[in-house]
Ligand binder design. Structure first.
Ligand SMILES: [Cu+2]
Length: 124
């Protein structure tokens, strides 16, 4: 195509709607957000609405202390590989009873990073 025609097409392309499947959002997890579990879970799974780059994504776990707000004792979980590329899975160390916060940060294949928290509680 001529350079002139190319220049005319550019503005139109910029106005095209973005793909409906954009960055990764959580569609489910085990434990579920806000869950109260009688026994400590052995693993966590977070499922997303789109494919993610697991090598550039992470799951972190910390005791939840709303008042303190610090992340000093947050630990990065080792991801279990080999599952679907729309989920993150990690085995857990033994968890003490109490409130916990699973934090996820993922890179979707569209290059966008998203993050969020999944709080859950072990024990009554
Ligand atoms: Cu996106």
């Amino acid at each position: 195509m001529t350079l002139r025609r190319f220049a005319l097409l550019l503005p139109a392309a910029a106005l095209l709607p973005r793909p409906a499947r954009a960055h990764a959002l959580v569609i489910g997890s085990e434990p579920a957000s806000g869950a109260r579990l009688a026994e400590a879970p052995r693993e966590v799974v977070v499922r997303f609405n789109s494919r993610i780059d697991a090598a550039r994504s992470q799951l972190l776990l910390a005791p939840r202390r709303e008042a303190a707000g610090g992340t000093a004792d947050e630990r990065r979980l080792d991801l279990v590989s080999g599952g679907p590329d729309t989920e993150l899975r990690a085995t857990l160390p033994p968890l003490a009873p109490g409130p916990w916060r699973l934090r996820w940060q993922v890179l979707a294949l569209d290059g966008h990073i998203t993050r969020g928290d999944i709080p859950f509680t072990v024990g009554g």
